[in-house]
Design a protein around this ligand. Structure first.
Ligand SMILES: CC(C)(COP(=O)(O)OP(=O)(O)OC[C@H]1O[C@@H](n2cnc3c(N)ncnc32)[C@H](O)[C@@H]1OP(=O)(O)O)[C@@H](O)C(=O)NCCC(=O)NCCS
Length: 161
């Protein structure tokens, strides 16, 4: 049995973030320095979901199963990255990270809205965002490359949700 916990990530979690990224993408999504700058930047919210397969045994290191990074400026939050370890998908980890980020955005940071871009072909992610209150507000043609794809723009308006 596994226990899950979510907490803000720190610079000391850099190796785990990088390992998760490298294991997920075909080639990395972000470079190590990108993670480092987001972990340092005080306006960024970076949360990690940890799974502990040996609850009650603090000597056994828990495993970073997913992370979300939200970049904030004034009253806007932009979801830059949401990723879950391939072996832990479809168990609610991505949803839990998004729900936590929304809670903090609304109640701690006092943001007005969250925005994001997602590949049009990434229908699983689009569904996850829609289930969690995000609406499609636009589309950028051929925004992504390798492979080519449009970007779907989505927003969660905190005060009209
Ligand atoms: C998109 C992503 C973050 C989703 O993470 P996840 O942990 O699998 O998300 P969840 O488990 O919360 O929800 C995904 C699906 O699992 C289902 N699910 C959730 N909990 C479940 C459970 N306990 N049992 C069975 N299914 C479950 C959800 O209903 C959902 O179903 P859907 O495919 O019909 O939409 C993950 O697939 C990922 O890392 N993809 C690569 C990176 C990416 O594309 N990121 C998003 C764009 S930046």
């Amino acid at each position: 049995m596994c226990e899950r916990s979510i907490r803000r990530l720190k610079v000391s979690d850099l190796d785990a973030c990088w390992k998760l990224d490298a294991a997920t993408w075909n080639g990395s999504f972000w470079c190590r320095a990108d993670y480092e700058s987001e972990l340092i930047r005080k306006e960024s919210l970076v949360l990690g979901a940890f799974l502990d397969s040996h609850p009650g045994k603090p000597s056994v290191a828990s495993h970073l199963a997913g992370l979300i990074c939200v970049w904030t400026v004034l009253d806007e939050g932009h979801v830059l990255n949401l990723v879950v370890d391939t072996s832990w998908r479809s168990r609610g980890v991505g949803t839990a990270l998004l729900v936590w980020a929304k809670e903090i955005a609304e109640h701690e940071l006092g943001l007005a809205f969250l925005t994001l871009e997602v590949r049009a072909q990434n229908q699983g992610a689009v569904r996850l965002y829609e289930r969690n209150g995000f609406h499609v507000v636009g589309r950028r043609k051929k925004y992504y490359h390798a492979p080519d794809d449009d970007a779907i723009l989505m927003t969660w308006n905190i005060h009209n949700s």
